[in-house]
Design a protein around this ligand. Structure first.
Ligand SMILES: [Ca+2]
Ligand SMILES: [Ca+2]
Length: 179
């Protein structure tokens, strides 16, 4: 799957580079135009592979219910990472929830959030401190038993719940598009 995606991305970029070189005048060749061009190519290729593009990020839900650690690996295999970067912004998180999770998933979806190293010290996937988490009412409530984060659609607010890391759920994968 990853090889196929890389092949598609490379093919599309090469085709569009060739096409663009025949359209562009020398004055078009500044870095910003170039970046926007490649980002647009990447958006189109990702959309064809089932990723949902919102702003500078693309999102896709994993196919199978797995533990948090297994889901983290599944996102890597899909060419992304367990979502955390874009959805740290709560406005974007809700937008992603409405667009992707909606009423399609009746249970929580893993995200790149955990307090596995130290209880109640919640960190994002890159180890940065998570201090803007929109916990659902009465969450987090699992203390030492629930050390991984999931987003769920309770009341359509797409809030965060702490969950046992070995529970089986699908997960939200993310890719950054902006160069
Ligand atoms: Ca915990
Ligand atoms: Ca909980």
């Amino acid at each position: 799957m990853l090889r196929k995606l890389i092949f598609l991305i490379c093919s599309a970029i090469i085709c569009l580079m060739l096409a663009k070189s025949s359209w562009a005048s020398p004055s078009d060749n500044d870095d910003q135009d170039s970046n926007e061009f490649y980002e647009e190519v990447l958006r189109q290729v990702l959309a064809q592979d089932g990723w949902f593009v919102i702003g500078s990020y693309a999102y896709k839900v994993t196919r199978y219910r797995r533990s948090w650690l297994q889901t983290r690996e599944s996102c890597k295999e899909m060419g992304g990472y367990l979502a955390y970067q874009g959805i740290r912004n709560n406005t974007l998180k809700r937008e992603v929830g409405r667009a992707i999770i909606g009423s399609r998933y009746s249970e929580g979806i893993w995200i790149g959030l955990n307090d596995r190293l130290e209880e109640s010290e919640w960190i994002w996937l890159d180890g940065s401190r998570a201090d803007t988490i929109e916990w659902d009412i009465n969450e987090p409530n699992g203390f030492g038993l629930e050390n991984c984060g999931e987003m769920w659609d309770e009341n359509k607010k797409f809030m965060i719940n702490d969950e046992g890391c070995c529970d089986l759920h699908q997960g939200l994968c993310e890719r950054k598009i902006a160069l």
